[in-house]
Design a protein around this ligand. Structure first.
Ligand code: HEC
Length: 136
């Protein structure tokens, strides 16, 4: 009886250790509300052209964006780790088509959002999305 209890608690300890190791190694699919991606998302655009669009539209006046010179705005949320975000503006699932839609027309996703419509073409939006998905 006593032996049985010991093996049981050992097994529980082993299970717990395994779960902790899984978390630490990042093998859990969702840590802290962020989905970990094991592949690069194809947004149908070109990340380098996306950088040019981000500079031209001055997204950095409102957002902090890694890799973009002078992009330290605090009006909007920082776009750090954007590839690992679950939602866009807490509204739409973070998928390439939705992100392109958000960039072309934020109001079509969240009518009262403070982010302005910056008049991006679909190709520009996909280029910007391609860049944002490099931010892991
Ligand atoms: C005038 C300020 C302003 C400008 C300029 C601006 N944004 Fe935003 N942006 C915002 C605000 C405010 C939000 C938060 C929207 C919300 O949650 O309703 C936002 C949200 C976002 C989000 C969603 C962020 C999240 O955490 O889910 C992305 C992506 C984004 N902006 C990208 C861009 C890009 C790319 C540009 C340039 C093409 C840009 N923004 C230009 C103000 C701005």
């Amino acid at each position: 009886m006593q032996y049985l209890q010991i093996t049981k608690s050992r097994r529980r300890a082993a299970l717990l250790a395994g779960a902790l190791a899984g978390l630490l190694l990042g093998s859990a699919s969702c840590v802290g509300g962020r989905a970990a991606r094991a592949y690069r998302v194809n947004a149908g655009g070109d990340a380098d052209r996306g950088i040019a669009v981000i500079n031209m539209k001055n997204c950095g006046s409102c957002h902090s964006i890694p890799g973009i010179h002078g992009a330290r705005g605090i009006v909007g949320p920082p776009l750090t780790n954007f590839a690992r975000r679950t939602f866009i503006a807490g509204e739409a699932p973070n998928q390439p088509d939705k992100l392109a839609q958000w960039l072309m027309s934020p109001q079509s996703i969240e009518p009262h959002t403070a982010m302005p419509n910056l008049g991006l073409t679909e190709q520009q939006a996909r280029d910007v999305a391609a860049y944002l998905y490099t931010l892991e």
